[in-house]
Design a protein. Sequence first.
Length: 178
Amino acid sequence: MKANAPFPLQNALAPAGTSAGKALKCFKICLVLLLFPSLMSMKARALDRWTALAMLESGGDDHVIGRAGEISRYQIRPEFWPGGDPADASNALANAQSIMSPRLAVFARSHGRMPDDFEFYVLWNAPAQVDHPHHAVAERALRFVNLVGSNAPAMPPGAGQGNEVVTNSDAAKAKSQP
């Protein structure tokens, strides 16, 4: 080898009697095995509330029409749709935010705080049930909480098995118990 010639990395990786290609493949496998645990330990990235809401309601599909005629990625009932193209994501977001704004304001006035992620979803889906959501609404709210990645209350044991109502205080008690 000449003094100024570049040193091929493949030859450095290849143990004696091993081809350079086989050594490179071995190197890549070792690298993946070394990095895999650190990649798996990284926390999944949480979604913001509006993205999570769109994912839960429609899978983020702007063209889905719900059973009751709901439109847009946020599945807004036609009687609440203020106007514009429901297939336009930015228009749908603006409309969803305009629908939620008064609901959030009423909640903040009556509770003295902004809603947590669980309550946010209940306000979206069934605003009259915000303090006592039906089990089906509570189950969807928990899926929303998981998408957002927050530490909102867990559903109490046994919830979701009948037509009982789940309260936020019940959920908070269940979360604090082992």
